[in-house]
Design a binder for this molecule. Structure first.
Ligand code: ZN
Length: 130
């Protein structure tokens, strides 16, 4: 089970990943577009496919501690039942997606193997012995 933690403003920078599917993509698109328009935030691609550790289609929004309170409150008010995965950006991908992972709405299990696999590849690539 994924532990559901509410976002807390204890980091410098964050991602919000809006999760959606075929049925909810218009609501999601509006939420992402307005994040850019109203808050001037940097909005990533609108992925109608699985990317990274995300178990749902997703769109990534980057924001900082300064915008945290207003933006999180706005997301909560406007997400219309969508799940929004919020995580810190500390440079440690695994920690950011476990210890520093927060949810608005229903939490879902992330595909954390994504990071383990990358780590194995990195280690393997740098191994001097076999
Ligand atoms: Zn992210």
């Amino acid at each position: 089970m994924t532990e559901t933690k509410r976002p807390v403003n204890s980091h410098k920078a964050y991602h919000a990943h809006v999760y959606f599917d075929e049925e909810s993509k218009l609501v999601a698109k509006k939420l992402c577009d307005e994040s850019g328009q109203l808050f001037g935030l940097s909005v990533g691609r609108f992925h109608e496919k699985l990317v990274g550790p995300h178990p749902c289609w997703s769109c990534q929004i980057t924001f900082g501690a300064r915008d945290f309170e207003k933006y999180i409150a706005w997301l909560e008010e406007n997400r219309q039942g969508l799940t929004v995965f919020v995580h810190a950006l500390t440079g440690d991908d695994l920690k950011d997606h476990t210890e520093f992972a927060y949810w608005l709405g229903q939490a879902v299990d992330l595909n954390l193997d994504f990071f383990k696999k990358s780590l194995v590849e990195v280690l393997h690539g740098h191994a001097d012995f076999d």
